[in-house]
Write a protein that binds this ligand. Structure first.
Ligand SMILES: Nc1ncnc2c1ncn2[C@@H]1O[C@H](COP(=O)(O)OP(=O)(O)OP(=O)(O)O)[C@@H](O)[C@H]1O
Length: 274
């Protein structure tokens, strides 16, 4: 369980990016974080993994107060948080397997990581994860030989290799086509349900978020202005979050509709800034 309470961040330049943000993410729940550019989504994700120092408020992962940790404790706490990135952040010249095993680097002694000698248990687990994300037959390929969707699946397997208690996912589909984006979102949400992992997914694509996440948190100018089930997000609320934009109900550009998408019967919205 992740608990964020009264989290405020004011950058030294004077911008207040988060204002008393409060919400909880229980085990197994995937929260989509939406909001216009500059709303504070990245700042929130970065405060949780402490790449950005919160100005005030608390962030708890289980019993651990993430805000008040010394360097050593912070390093240990970060092992418990798996990150998935927009641009995958793989080591291109290493194999798929080596990239997945790099998720274990925080756990193995330096000499083992230096010589890339990982314990047998880690290797077996990495094979299991590659199987789960559908990349077993690509284990020995170099990362730079993979497609974008395949690279993101490596990114997911690497995050899971950490055996995290929380997933932070930053724009996981921004570089992918619509069909691959759905595949990746489905994989993330299925895995979180299977492992009872809480997750926060920073996502610009509102219809995609609506299809797959359990809950949406909408930020505007650093405040939570929406926190509810995706089905409760209507056009009035979208205007509240995004301001004066033209939110028009439309069919998605979809040449290969998935009948089992949670999207069935949900709003399909496309936003065009005016
Ligand atoms: N390092 C920084 N120093 C000063 N101000 C910053 C810094 N990073 C972000 N900000 C400011 O904080 C506010 C929130 O930015 P943030 O990047 O968190 O928004 P966002 O919702 O993630 O936007 P986007 O969707 O464009 O990535 C903005 O006003 C931004 O200018």
């Amino acid at each position: 369980m992740l608990t964020i309470d009264q989290l405020t961040k004011t950058y030294t330049a004077g911008d207040t990016a988060l204002r008393e943000v409060t919400f909880r993410v229980p085990r197994g729940q995937v929260v989509g974080l939406i909001g216009p550019s500059g709303a504070g989504k990245s700042t929130l994700i970065r405060c949780i993994n402490r790449l950005v120092e919160p100005s005030s408020g608390t962030i708890r992962l289980g019993e651990t107060d993430l805000v008040n940790l010394g360097t050593r404790e912070l390093r240990q706490a970060r092992r418990r948080i798996g990150m998935i990135f927009q641009e995958y952040a793989l080591v291109e010249r290493l194999t798929v397997m080596e990239n997945v095993l790099s998720g274990r680097l925080g756990y193995v002694p330096f000499w083992r990581s230096f010589t890339r000698r990982f314990p047998g248990r880690d290797i077996e687990n990495a094979y299991r994860l590659l199987d789960r994300v559908g990349l077993l037959e690509h284990a020995d390929k170099r990362a730079d030989a993979l497609s974008g969707g395949q690279r993101q699946r490596v990114g997911i397997a690497r995050a899971l290799a950490q055996e995290p208690e929380l997933l932070l996912v930053d724009e996981p589909t921004a570089s992918l086509d619509p069909k691959t984006s759905r595949l990746i979102m489905r994989l993330i949400t299925e895995i979180c349900a299977e492992r009872q992992l809480p997750a926060i997914v920073n996502i610009h694509d509102v219809p995609l978020a609506q299809q797959f996440v359990d809950r949406l948190v909408g930020l505007r100018a650093g405040r939570v202005v929406f926190d509810n089930a995706p089905g409760r997000l209507d056009e009035a609320m979208l205007t509240e979050i995004y301001g004066a934009e033209d939110w028009t109900a439309t069919d998605q550009d979809d040449d290969d509709p998935d009948p089992d998408d949670k999207a069935q019967g949900r709003l399909r919205l496309v936003g065009t800034a005016t």
